[in-house]
Design a protein around this ligand. Structure first.
Ligand code: AMP
Ligand code: MG
Length: 395
C-alpha cells in the first residue's frame, strides 16, 4: 500500500494553483496575493502633527516667551495661511503642518492664556512631527506575491490607496455525500438511518479554510445516481465525495467515476483511519473520494484535501505545520499503517502537552470535537509512552 508521504506528494503534484483574478482589496481577507504590490502614494501624505497641541516655527521660538495663537489646523481641516516666526496655531493629531512650522508642542507641555501660547518645557525643533513619506514612499513595494492577506495587510494596502489586487480565488469545493442510510439534519431518522454529519464537518471546515463549499446532495448507493451527482460537480475546483469508496458490495463511487474520464492516481493508502481514500483527476478536476466513517472523512480531509486546497489557493508551503509536545498518556501504534490520532496541543505547566482524544473509533464524531492537532504514529512503532516527546500536525 502507498505510504502517506507518497500519496500526499501525488496530490500536491497533481493539483495546481487556481488562475489569479482581480478583486476589491476589501474582499481579499484570507486570500493569497498573486502579485507584488507598490504604494500608490507617500504615507503620510503630508507633514502632520503626531500630538494634540500647538505648531510653531521651532528655530525662532524659546521656552517661556509667549507666542500669539493665530488659528488652528485640525485633522481634515488644514490651516490655509502662513504662520510667521513668533506665532503659533492650535493643532490636532494627524492635522497638516502649515508651511513655515515644523515643531509641535504637546498640550501637556503648554499653557494658553489670553490668546497667547506659553511653552513650559524645553523642546527640540521638529519634535512630534510625522514627515511626509516617512512610513513609505510612492512606488515602494509593500507586499510580495504569495502573501496571505490578513487584517494588517489589508489596512496597509488601504492606507496606500491600493483598492484592487490580483489574488488567487477562493477554491469552490463540491461535496457529494453517498449512502442510502443518510438523511438530512432536521429529519427524524429511523434507527438504521444516520444524519449526514460529514456534510456539516466538510462545509464548516471548508469555510474555516477560506473555501466555498458547494453542497451537491446525497447520492444513492447505485451507479446511476452517483453518476448524476458527479456530473453536477464538474464546474467546481475540487470534488469531494464521502462514503462508497471501500470494498463493500454497495461501494459504487469508483464504478460511477469510470463512466467519466477518471484518471486514478491512487486508491488505498497505508494510514489509519482513512485507508480506502481515492484520488484522481475527473475530467481534469481533482477528485478526492473520502471514506464515509466520520472520523475517516475528517482525517482524510485534513491529510489530503487541506494541503491540496492550500496549493490551489496560492500558498507555497502547503504542508500541515508541525509542533512537538509531551504526550500525557501512552498510545498504541503497530501494524503496517501510519496511525493518526485526533489530539489537543496545549500549553500547560510551562510546556506544550499533547492530550490524545478519547473515542478514536473511525465511526465516531466525538474524537474530532475539540481537537486542534493530529498525533502521528510512524509505521512500525508499537507504543509511545506517556512523557515522550511527539510530533503533531496542527489543524
Ligand atoms: P461507507 O464508507 O459508505 O462504507 O460508510 C462507512 C460508514 O460511515 C457507515 O457507517 C456510514 O453510515 C457512515 N457514513 C457514510 N457517509 C456518512 C455521512 N455523510 N455522514 C455520517 N456518516 C456517514
Ligand atoms: Mg456507504
Amino acid at each position: 500500500m502507498l505510504p502517506y508521504k507518497d500519496a500526499l506528494n501525488s496530490v500536491l503534484e497533481t493539483v495546481q494553483p487556481l488562475t489569479p483574478c482581480e478583486r476589491l482589496t476589501a474582499d481579499t481577507g484570507g486570500l493569497v496575493l498573486a502579485e507584488a504590490i507598490k504604494a500608490h502614494w507617500d504615507m503620510p501624505r503630508c507633514d502632520n502633527s503626531a500630538m494634540d497641541g500647538y505648531a510653531i516655527a521651532g528655530r525662532s521660538c524659546a521656552k517661556d516667551s509667549p507666542l500669539e495663537i493665530i488659528g488652528a489646523s485640525y485633522a481634515g481641516h488644514p490651516f490655509t495661511g502662513t504662520v510667521p516666526a513668533g506665532k503659533s496655531i492650535r493643532i490636532t493629531t494627524g492635522a497638516a503642518l502649515p508651511n513655515g512650522v515644523e515643531t509641535v508642542i504637546p498640550v501637556e507641555d503648554s499653557k494658553e492664556e489670553d490668546g497667547q501660547l506659553c511653552i513650559q518645557t524645553s523642546f527640540s525643533t521638529g519634535q512630534h512631527v510625522r514627515l511626509q513619506g516617512e512610513e513609505f514612499q510612492a512606488g515602494v513595494q509593500l507586499l510580495q506575491a504569495g502573501t496571505l492577506l490578513k487584517a494588517g495587510d489589508i489596512s496597509l494596502l488601504a492606507s496606500a490607496g491600493v483598492d484592487r489586487v490580483r489574488v488567487y480565488p477562493r477554491p469552490r469545493v463540491a461535496i457529494i455525500s453517498t449512502g442510502d442510510e443518510l438523511i438530512e439534519l432536521g429529519e427524524t431518522p429511523r434507527p438504521d438511518q444516520v444524519v449526514n454529519s460529514n456534510l456539516h464537518f466538510l462545509t464548516t471546515r471548508l469555510q474555516e479554510c477560506g473555501c466555498e463549499p458547494v453542497c451537491i446532495g446525497i447520492g444513492k448507493d447505485d451507479t446511476a445516481s452517483l453518476d448524476e451527482f458527479i456530473a453536477q460537480a464538474l464546474d467546481t475546483d475540487l470534488i469531494l465525495s464521502t462514503g462508497g469508496v471501500s470494498v463493500g458490495e454497495k461501494d459504487h463511487v469508483q464504478e460511477a467515476l469510470s463512466r467519466h474520464r477518471f484518471q486514478k492516481r491512487f486508491w488505498r493508502v497505508a494510514i489509519k483511519p482513512g485507508k480506502p481514500v481515492l484520488f484522481g483527476l475527473l475530467e481534469d478536476k481533482p477528485f478526492l473520494g473520502l471514506p464515509g466513517n466520520p472520523a475517516s472523512t475528517a482525517m482524510t480531509f485534513e491529510l489530503f484535501a487541506r494541503p491540496a486546497l492550500k496549493k490551489m489557493a496560492g500558498h507555497t508551503d502547503c504542508h500541515l505545520q508541525q509542533r512537538s509536545g509531551i504526550l500525557t498518556s501512552g498510545v498504541k501504534g503497530g501494524g503496517d499503517r501510519q496511525i493518526f490520532r485526533w489530539c489537543k496541543l496545549g500549553w500547560h505547566n510551562g510546556r506544550y502537552e499533547v492530550d490524545v482524544q478519547s473515542h478514536q473509533g473511525s465511526g465516531q464524531n466525538l474524537s474530532i470535537q475539540g481537537a486542534n492537532a493530529l498525533l502521528t504514529i510512524p509505521v512500525g512503532t508499537s507504543q509511545i509512552d506517556r512523557g515522550e516527546i511527539v510530533e503533531v500536525f496542527l489543524l
